[in-house]
Design a protein around this ligand. Structure first.
Ligand code: A2P
Length: 332
């Protein structure tokens, strides 16, 4: 397969290169595309040294698959050229996720939706992927009607510049240079802080990131009536998002059945022994593709509620790995 990556120099793009090699994706040619800022830069990859090219309308000739790891505007701008060149665009931006002509896929949940693509397949939001991999098994036991969630999202979710800003601010504070802090990537200082804003707010007070869990969750799980109430928080963690979720199902579920279903769910790992202080944490789940699920317990406020905590590497399963898994569906 001839594969292109737009945004190949970014946090997700670099991970895509790594994961294509790790998963032995049959790559005959790898084209690394980015902005003009990176053109000419030589990148050492498992597929050899590759020179980064500026992305233009002519960049996609001869490619079979293009993985998108850039922003919405870049995705929208080049999607028509990619489709015209006959390649399939697996895009990680949110530009096409809610387009009714575009499948939105978490392979462990709705791989079959790949069959109706028309040249573009969207990769879901990172927190959405991690949460849905954790709760999909519950939905199979009994339909999920409502999901209450709070996310704890790592700085690398904002791109490669996110963790750099966190560490730089941390250094400035430790060196007594707090006055020099100038937030650029985040709205406020992220070191030693929490920021309850990811994206812009709508007229009723929810952020764009918060609404993705509901809108994308409905499409992926084929649950058009799913209600989600979510708060998304940026936390001073380098990598791996965590989510506190309360799932309300149609029927009351037995906790043992829930644990067994999650233990057997593809892509998920039951990691739940609170008495031994065993539960998912970012430092446990980073640099791998499995979503860890723990702190599973009955909700105290609703007898049909299950309360859980899940955590997963958002650069990998929440973005790059999920995109490569979608590409694998295309060659099956
Ligand atoms: P570049 O490194 O040349 O700026 P991140 O999410 O880590 O910030 O990375 C964003 C990625 O998207 C980078 O690879 C960046 O390339 C790429 N990118 C940004 N703007 C464009 C553009 N106009 N055309 C193609 N790629 C772009």
């Amino acid at each position: 397969m001839k594969v292109g990556i737009i945004g190949a120099t970014g946090a997700v793009g670099q991970e895509m290169v790594k994961i294509l090699a790790e998963r032995s994706f049959p790559v005959d040619e790898l084209r690394l595309l980015a902005s003009s800022r990176s053109a000419g830069k030589v990148v050492s990859t498992p597929f050899g040294d590759i020179t980064v090219q500026e992305t233009t309308s002519d960049s996609f000739e001869g490619l079979d698959i293009v993985l998108g790891a850039a922003d919405n505007d870049t995705a929208k701008r080049f999607a028509p050229d990619i489709v015209k060149a006959g390649a399939v665009f697996v895009d990680n931006s949110s530009a096409f996720r809610m387009d009714s002509e575009v499948p939105l896929i978490v392979p462990e949940i709705n791989a079959k939706d790949a069959s109706w693509h028309k040249g573009i397949i969207a990769n879901p939001n990172c927190s959405t992927i991690i949460t849905l991999v954790a709760i999909n098994a519950i939905n199979k036991l009994s339909k999920i009607e409502t999901l209450y969630a709070s996310t704890y999202q790592a700085t690398s979710g904002a791109g490669a510049a996110g963790p750099l800003e966190m560490y730089e601010q941390s250094r400035q504070i430790l060196e007594g240079r707090k006055d020099e802090i100038e937030p650029k990537v985040f709205q406020h200082q992220i070191a030693y802080n929490l920021i309850p804003q990811i994206g812009g707010f709508d007229e009723v007070g929810y952020s764009s990131e918060e609404m993705k869990l509901q809108n994308e969750g409905r499409k992926i799980m084929h649950l058009p009536d799913l209600k989600v109430s979510c708060t998304c928080v940026r936390v001073p963690v380098e990598r791996s998002h965590a989510i506190s979720a309360i799932v309300i199902t149609e029927d009351k579920l037995d906790l043992d059945d829930v644990r067994k279903a999650i233990a057997e769910a593809p892509g998920a790992k039951l990691y739940d022994d609170p008495a031994a202080s065993v539960y998912p944490m970012p430092l446990v789940t980073s640099d791998q593709d499995i979503v860890f699920v723990g702190r599973i317990r009955e909700d105290l406020a609703n007898e049909k509620g299950i309360n859980l905590w899940c955590c997963g590497d958002q650069v990998r399963k929440g973005a790059a790995t999920n995109a490569v898994q979608i590409a694998e569906l295309l060659i099956k």
